[in-house]
Design a protein around this ligand. Structure first.
Ligand SMILES: Cc1cc2nc3c(=O)[nH]c(=O)nc-3n(C[C@H](O)[C@H](O)[C@H](O)COP(=O)(O)OP(=O)(O)OC[C@H]3O[C@@H](n4cnc5c(N)ncnc54)[C@H](O)[C@@H]3O)c2cc1C
Length: 389
């Protein structure tokens, strides 16, 4: 069979937009298909900001992806003029009583190990010393703080827009608002059926985020779960010093607070009234992307404020000025899968990326493009399918 395309990418969010850009840049005939028109607010890649950190408390094996992505974000910024990446520093905070991040109570310790392994500069501060530097954080004197200046935040919608723009500039075909219904391995090609057409390619990349379960056999990823996450922006009190909440004095953070889950957050990007984004995580209740409740209730925002915001950021007001619902897609061990489909050698899968994938997405896209083209790529051995040999 003669394929119409070199590579088809299903899903053009964080992973797919990066892969499509990298394929097009390599001169491949690439088609990107998305059921919506990314960037959009129905999947996992919206809400203004994403933390990026090279020292990953999830494991030392993630750092090469983050380091490579940092280089790529800067390249994309230079090529497009877009503002994507702000390096305002990253703090990992933990006290004697601490929440586990996605089941990992050693988040602080692994962060330090990852910084050492990656060779980045960092400081270990007492809570008291950190509070002097970053007064908005109500850390306890005996809290432990890891701090580096390599971390910061990305603007996810702008990253997706920039990469899709470049993909298009380099010749990729983009089909928005078109649902891919199925794919079939034809031996020397892969056939993709959508609601409006049929396409063939030598290789297929499936990066469907929270919709992944609709396209793959569930037995491939036992326990795959989509969970509803809420994020809220809280206004800065008139009595507080606003500059304490701005990027110069407010790093991105993961805080193992004494509560059921960690909290994380970002500096104020606008006015005091536009607020500061703070959130936590939940892994208990499964949802579907089509059935999920996309409205954050006043009670949910109030509960977040009471448990995770007021005790730690007394300068933030109870008023929730903006809220979003977003989706995590996780395996029980919260690990990525970036691998060749075990039954179809011409199909690559990139997901699920839980609550930590965005920072790595530029490098994941590059690796997927290289795999699809048979080129050398960054080591992905830690991110195989669960039962892969
Ligand atoms: C609240 C929240 C906070 C987070 N915070 C961080 C953070 O601070 N740092 C970090 O690194 N990561 C973070 N993450 C994780 C990160 O955002 C995700 O790992 C990443 O965005 C996932 O990207 P994706 O490409 O897998 O999915 P998506 O971006 O959702 O893309 C999937 C795409 O596939 C399309 N699609 C699905 N099915 C089909 C189909 N059948 N046909 C055609 N198209 C289809 C969808 O429309 C969508 O555009 C966070 C996630 C959430 C929800």
């Amino acid at each position: 069979m003669t394929a119409n395309f070199d590579v088809i990418v299903i899903g053009l969010g964080a992973m797919g937009s990066a892969a499509l850009y990298q394929l097009a840049k390599r001169g491949r005939k690439a088609l990107g298909i998305d059921r919506h028109a990314p960037p959009h607010c129905f999947g996992s890649t919206h809400g203004e900001t994403r933390i990026t950190r090279v020292a990953c408390g999830e494991g030392v094996e993630y750092s090469p992806l983050a380091l490579r992505s940092n280089v790529l974000w800067r390249e994309i910024e230079r090529e497009t003029g877009a503002d994507l990446f702000t390096q305002n520093g990253f703090a990992a905070i933990a006290g004697k009583t601490r929440a586990a991040k996605a089941g990992n109570a050693e988040f602080l310790e692994v962060t330090i190990a990852a910084a050492k392994a990656a060779g980045i500069d960092y400081e270990l501060l007492s809570g008291k010393a950190f509070r002097t530097r970053c007064p908005a954080f109500n850390v306890r004197d005996d809290d432990e703080v890891y701090f580096d200046r390599v971390g910061g935040f990305l603007r996810p919608e702008a990253c997706v827009t920039a990469q899709l723009g470049l993909a298009s500039k380099y010749g990729a075909e983009l089909h928005m608002n078109e649902i891919a219904l199925s794919f079939a391995d034809m031996g020397d090609a892969v056939r993709v059926k959508t609601a409006t057409g049929t396409y063939t390619a030598r290789m297929l990349i499936v990066s469907a985020g929270p919709w992944l379960g609709e396209l793959l056999d569930p037995a491939l990823m036992p326990g795959l779960k989509v969970t509803r996450q809420i994020v809220c922006w809280f206004g800065v009190k008139e009595t507080a010093r606003f500059s304490d909440f701005q990027a110069g004095r407010f790093p991105v953070f993961v805080w193992q607070v004494p509560a059921p889950q960690i909290s994380y957050g970002f500096p104020a990007l606008g006015t005091p009234e536009e607020g500061v984004k703070i959130s936590t995580e939940q892994y208990d209740f499964a949802v579907t992307p089509e059935g999920v409740d996309r409205v954050v209730s006043a009670a949910e925002a109030a509960a977040l404020y009471d448990e995770y915001v007021e005790p730690y950021f007394p300068g933030l007001d109870r008023t929730c000025v903006r809220a979003d619902v977003c989706l995590y897609t996780s395996r029980p061990d919260s690990r990525f899968v970036i691998d060749r489909h075990p039954a179809h050698r011409n199909v690559l899968v990139a997901s699920p990326c839980s609550g930590l994938g965005f920072k790595h997405s530029a490098a994941i896209g590059e690796a997927l493009a290289a795999m699809a083209c048979g080129e050398p790529h960054i080591d992905l051995g830690a991110f195989r399918f669960p039962d892969a040999p």
